[in-house]
Design a protein around this ligand. Structure first.
Ligand SMILES: [Cu+2]
Length: 618
């Protein structure tokens, strides 16, 4: 591609943009119960008058609801404010989209399980003493949640939890006792947390059945959503699939400022969406799954299948975690009429971005997180919005040479079996179908579209808060003139490999010097599939992408080829076939002596199959 063509493509890529470039606030005026006019106030050099307090503006515009529209326009014009009436994105009175869109015929939607202060995924702040996580196969009696057969049970003096969301303050000490009531060894890895090797849970030591392990560490990460899951080599996929995972929410001043600015309340207007696809309760990975990754037929959000959530007309925060073994999602919101509804990306794996980004879609690979704001102020009571994964080319280009025969693969048409129930086709659908030609029969192939959650607007709410222009301060990692390592991802002799190597206990690690900054160039083979590469212990900065495939290049936001979701800090980055991703890692840490970590693919079947290398910081 020529430089001019590349620039043209970037110029046309409007899927994500900085919100801070001009847009100050948006608001609405209510003309009647049925009609709204949107105010779009932009800051320009010529119109500094537009930088006015929105509530003051509304007060100054107080008029009877039956006032003629022209009267309002005149009063706005007198204030020097440009008024843009946007078309309503959803017709009034239209019935909510049926949950059958994603549940299939005959099934009804269920109310989304929203974590509270106990129960499944309940928020727990361990401020004064250790928390015990009992890894067990004990079923909870809850009918509201369809979680897998395994869970982490926790009991405090007053409350019971399963897979508690640990709410931690930056700088606090955390003590967790893992007790293993499973019939096989396990260990917990704190995904994304910067801790020492003994607390990382990298699988170099395991807790036997009946045994326990005491974690004790300080929270050094920025505010953000991290998570925990098992990491016993060879058993990680089965245990995670079985239901052993939970969120870690780290809070700091940036987090508190955001919540105050937008009046966000966890469990009410700030909702975690922890997503996992499953089929049968029992984990059975075929040789085909071990090569391509196991994708389930059903999606569960916070343990709810076919979920809906009642919302009001205000800004909501959704904190999404892809806890699937292997499935990648292409996240978007759609109105009942099928139009994409832009959202604001405010954070990812490593916490809040410096500034909000307005996006239409974002890839979310296994283990990745995104933090988004959705502005529903233009919604009318009765509207329905769907959170979806859109169709995309999942690029299983390894199929031609890598796939062993799958005895479970049928010979039905290998495209989306639910296509008949899917919302309107995505412009990229054609790619997904071409990719589908390589895929074995599956109820829900990787890359096929699906609605994930229905938002039902039930209540009109007056809400005049504005999204802050700055969210956090994040200096770049100083990565000029530093050593670069190259990692090649590929497949040979029936195994996925990093630099032609397959993980074995005790193998020589990659050695890096503590305190040094390195850049890592992760190159994926063209005849490969996407790999979600995860580094333990050290959040990294994505410096750029090269040779990105079309669906990915379409989301580029800068000349380095980065996506909006690449900004800030990451711990997992999806590298597509033929693509190279360069990251910068600062290997500084405060711990005494050498520390052991891992670098691996987070497609859990690939990880268990050995697509992993030990990293020693010496
Ligand atoms: Cu992989």
């Amino acid at each position: 591609m020529t430089a001019a063509a590349a620039n043209e493509r970037r110029a046309s890529a409007r899927h994500c943009e900085r919100r801070s470039q001009g847009t100050i606030v948006t608001g609405r005026l209510f003309l009647s119960r049925e009609r709204t006019v949107e105010l779009d106030v932009r800051s320009t050099a010529a119109s500094e008058a537009a930088k006015l307090d929105l509530s003051r503006l509304f007060r100054s515009l107080t008029v009877p609801v039956h006032a003629p529209r022209r009267a309002l326009l005149q009063r706005l014009a007198a204030l020097g404010v440009a008024l843009a009436a946007r078309p309503a994105w959803s017709a009034v009175g239209e019935p909510p989209a049926s949950a059958a869109d994603f549940c299939g015929s005959g099934e009804r939607g269920r109310r989304l399980w929203v974590p509270g202060d106990d129960g499944y995924l309940g928020r727990l702040s361990p401020l004064d003493g250790p928390v015990t996580l009992l890894a067990s196969a004990a079923r909870s009696p809850s009918a509201a949640v369809s979680r897998g057969p395994l869970g982490y049970a926790t009991r405090t003096r007053r409350r019971h939890y399963t897979n508690p969301t640990l709410v931690l303050q930056r700088g606090q000490r955390v003590r967790v006792n893992l007790v293993n009531a499973l019939a096989q060894p396990t260990i917990v890895h704190w995904h994304g947390l910067a801790v020492d090797g003994n607390n990382d849970g990298n699988g170099s030591f395991l807790v036997k059945p009946g045994g326990r392990y005491a974690y004790d560490f300080e929270v050094r990460n920025r505010s953000g959503m991290y998570w925990y899951h098992p990491h016993p080599h060879g058993l990680t996929a089965a245990q995670t699939y079985g239901g052993l995972y939970g969120a870690v929410v780290v809070e700091d001043d940036d987090e508190r400022a955001l919540r105050a600015a937008l009046d966000l309340v966890p469990g009410r207007t700030e909702i975690p969406l922890i997503m996992q696809d499953r089929g049968a309760d029992t984990y059975r990975a075929t040789p085909h799954d071990m090569t391509h990754g196991l994708v389930g037929s059903d999606l569960y959000v916070n343990g709810t299948k076919c979920p809906y959530l009642d919302v009001g007309s205000r800004i909501y925060r959704f904190r999404m975690l892809n806890a699937a073994n292997a499935r990648t999602l292409l996240i978007a919101f759609r109105t009942a009429k099928g139009a994409l509804l832009p959202f604001t990306l405010i954070g990812n794996d490593g916490g809040l971005l410096p500034a909000p980004m307005r996006c239409e879609r974002a890839f979310l690979a296994t283990a990745e997180r995104i933090d988004v704001l959705l502005d529903l102020r233009d919604a009318a009571v009765g509207d329905s919005i769907l959170l979806q994964t859109l169709a995309f080319d999942a690029m299983h280009l390894e199929m031609a040479h890598a796939a062993p025969a799958d005895p479970h693969a049928g010979h039905a048409a290998p495209t989306d079996a639910h296509a008949g129930h899917s919302p309107p086709a995505d412009p990229h659908a054609a790619h997904a179908h071409s990719a589908g030609m390589h895929l074995p029969a599956s109820a829900w192939p990787d890359g096929a579209p699906r609605a994930l959650l229905e938002l039902r607007v039930r209540q009109r709410i007056a809400f005049d808060r504005a999204i802050p222009e700055r969210l956090s301060t994040l200096p770049p990692i100083a990565a000029s003139s530093v050593a670069e390592r190259t990692f090649r991802l590929g497949f040979a002799d029936g195994r996925w490999r990093i630099n032609d190597r397959v993980f074995e206990m005790g193998m020589p690690p990659i050695e890096v010097q503590r305190g040094k900054v390195e850049t890592w160039l992760i190159r994926n083979d063209p005849s490969s599939m996407p790999h979600a590469m995860h580094l333990h212990g050290f959040p990294f900065e994505v410096l750029g992408r090269e040779k990105s495939p079309g669906d990915v290049a379409a989301l580029e936001i800068d000349p380095q080829g980065r996506l909006a979701t690449d900004l800030g800090r990451k711990d997992t980055v999806l590298v597509w076939p033929g693509e190279s991703v360069r990251v910068a890692v600062d290997f500084s840490h405060p711990y005494a002596g050498p520390q052991a970590y891992l670098f691996h693919c987070h497609n859990l079947e690939h990880e268990d199959g050995g697509m992993m290398l030990p990293v020693a910081v010496v």
